[in-house]
Design a binder for this molecule. Structure first.
Ligand code: ASP
Length: 439
């Protein structure tokens, strides 16, 4: 059995955290390949090393003195080394970094040093081999991942290693330049390594005990989801629930490897298992609730719309021509409503309205702003009667007026649209009925 374990920034923010990480790794001999992030925040107002590196490099790029900023970064690492009682010195590494910053070798190089240095320390501390991600994670000249080359390089290099630390977040291109993923990209490295070595499990260690049924900023102390499918996760993530980088899903999903989200600060908690499919029923009828504020709706009315072939296409083409993606499109006999994100829509609003008039000659157009969409997601819904009834009675009791309802054809979700000012109340009402009272 082989496990790939990835630790996020807060799990490796200090010597104290490093000690917890070592305990976790040594607790199971299957935990053979470790992907570290750069040191994250030690307390809520702290600054992540990645951000310190970006700032330092930007000063270097502008020709300003960056020595103090670099010293601060070195200090963060030195504190970890001293706290762990290691003999390791990063002096030479910082000399090279200093030179490269002066040469302005690139922002990606700068940011990647966070993971690189943390990887060196972690490898030394736990006695694993250090493998520079620049050797095994490959990018194209255009800056996107070269998946084929990466998979081949990783499986070749790692098949000869019993234990290794591979820093997350970066790799290199054919010209030898360092390239990073987008922020939070160490999750992707972990997933690539897991897929390449055909791991049995990809453990992603963070600072929460898994994926939560609802957003803790809205619902007080929500329950953890024990098992979730990739499809459910996608629905919830699309609606704003995040634990993992989106691009981290694909490589492991394709290889049939489950992901286990775990908490470095509570290693006994089982966390959330993300799987392709499962016979396990979720504890509650629903798996999770997520939602977003800030939508607008455009309702187009025209008598006999139902008989006009091509009406929908013409209407949607207006949005397409303006580069606006639509979220939902509930329709009636003579009406069609398009839900869009308010932000991007507002500036194009009048142009879009004029074009709708030209294209479909409606009788009337009505706009509504400040709407929220809430997704209630659950694989259990298909086989359960009365889910929708429970949602709507909960919302009615909470005095929430439902503006839109959309049940996805997969019966995996029900989306409801409400006013922004009802958003939190609505999420709490739905959580209460399914999770707290379990009616
Ligand atoms: N250190 C990088 C960031 O802060 C990547 C990561 O942590 O996954 O975005």
């Amino acid at each position: 059995m082989k496990k790939v374990v990835k630790f996020g920034g807060s799990s490796l923010a200090s010597a104290e955290q490093f000690k917890k990480v070592k305990n976790i790794i040594t607790a199971e001999k299957e935990r053979r390949f470790v992907i570290p992030s750069a040191p994250g925040k030690r307390y809520s107002r702290d600054v992540k090393v990645t951000d310190m590196l970006y700032r330092c490099y930007h000063a270097a790029e502008r020709g300003k003195d960056f020595s103090e900023k670099l010293k601060e970064i070195q200090k963060r690492y030195q504190e970890i080394i001293d706290g762990l009682g290691l003999k390791l010195s990063l002096k030479d590494e910082f000399t090279v970094i200093n030179e490269n910053f002066k040469k302005k070798v690139g922002e990606d190089y700068a940011a990647s040093r966070g993971e690189y240095l943390n990887g060196i320390i972690l490898a030394e501390y736990i006695g694993y081999e250090f493998i520079d991600a620049a050797e095994v994670v490959h990018f194209t000249a255009a800056g996107s991942l070269d998946a084929g080359k990466t998979s081949a390089a990783l499986s070749e290099r790692l098949s000869g290693a019993e234990h290794a630390v591979v820093p997350g977040f970066y790799g290199s291109n054919a010209a030898g330049e360092i390239v990073t993923f987008s922020r939070g990209g160490s999750d992707i490295t972990g997933s690539l390594v897991a897929a390449a070595i055909q791991a049995d499990l990809y453990e992603n260690w963070t600072d929460v005990s898994g994926f939560l049924v609802a957003d803790p900023r809205i619902v007080e102390d929500p329950q953890v989801i024990e098992t979730i499918t990739y499809r459910e996760l996608r629905e919830l993530a699309y609606m704003g629930a995040t634990v993992l980088h989106e691009d981290a899903i694909f490589p492991v999903r394709k290889a049939g490897i489950p992901i286990n989200i775990r908490n470095t600060n509570a290693p006994k908690d089982k966390g959330t298992l993300i799987v392709e499919g499962t016979c396990r029923k979720s504890k509650y009828t629903i798996t999770g609730i997520a939602g977003k504020e800030g939508f607008a709706s455009i309702t187009v009315e025209k008598a006999m719309m139902n008989a006009e072939v091509g009406f929908g296409r013409k209407l949607l083409k207006v949005f397409e021509d303006n580069g606006i993606s639509f979220e939902h499109m509930p329709s009636g006999i003579d009406t069609m409503t398009i839900f869009v994100q308010q932000d991007g829509f507002e500036e194009k609003e009048q142009k879009v309205l004029a074009e709708i008039h030209r294209e479909v000659e409606p009788d009337h157009i009505e706009l509504e702003a400040d709407l929220s969409l809430i997704a209630i997601v659950g694989r259990g819904m298909r086989a359960t009667r009365g889910t929708a009834a429970r949602i709507f009675s909960a919302l009615a009791h909470a005095h929430v007026n439902v503006k839109m309802i959309d049940q996805g054809s997969s019966e995996l979700n029900i989306i409801v649209g409400v006013r922004n000012h009802d958003f939190k109340n609505a999420v709490n009402a739905i959580y209460d009925i399914f999770v707290t009272t379990q009616l």
